[in-house]
Design a protein around this ligand. Sequence first.
Ligand code: GLP
Length: 259
Amino acid sequence: MEVVIKESYEQMSALGAEIVARIVRNKPRSVLGLATGSTPLGIYRELIRMHKDEGLSFFQVVTFNLDEYIGLPPEHPQSYRYFINQNLLDHINVKKENTYLPDGMAENIELACIEYEKKIEEAGGIDLQILGIGSNGHIAFNEPGSSLGSRTRIETLSEETIQNNSRFFPCRENVPRHAITMGIGTIMDARELILLANGEEKAGAVASMIEGPITAMVPATVVQLHRKTTVIVERAAAGRLSRCYPGELQVIRMNRDTK
Ligand code: GLP
């Protein structure tokens, strides 16, 4: 795992976008794993700019989102399909039929989960997965206690996650209680991961993820085991790392032999 601490949200996002662009340029038929939430918005803005100003092409790219709420149709403004269209897919030249999210409206959720895994496999697996982190250490919607080997499945959202995500809804009661999420095992199968975190409210989760013991109670800690992960953290979110010294921007843990 490589941990890079950046001064600002913009710098964090710029590095994230650079990594995505590198993958897409090297392999035009890349399979990208996309995340929602406010954290990756800066990356998406920068990718849209690269597409418009520098001709970065997504024409052959295939995308898979990490998760989707159960019961929200794609046209619902709080659905993750709506979010990712609005904030990225509608503004780049990706073919919409090559963009996938779990089907939160499926009649048979279990089957939809199995099919999602199958689609990822048929696409050749995910080349680069973008991740954020919840303040309780969740990744995608894998809440504390999720099996570290889990696959795409239905998950009940924790109270903390419902509370955090209620800012996107008119009120707390409108936040769905369930979601379909790629499992931790699914995420770990991606050939490369980038995980981003900004803001003081993420500092505890970030410290556990980087310096804590690997535990299902903090699902993000599993990325310590991934063979190619870059964690990009903005200064405030790095505030509780014991090996991060204020005033110095640094790469604090490197595993160059795996890169
Ligand atoms: C949601 C998403 C996660 C995301 C997390 C943090 O729960 N399912 O993928 O990482 O929120 O969101 P934010 O980036 O808005 O802090």
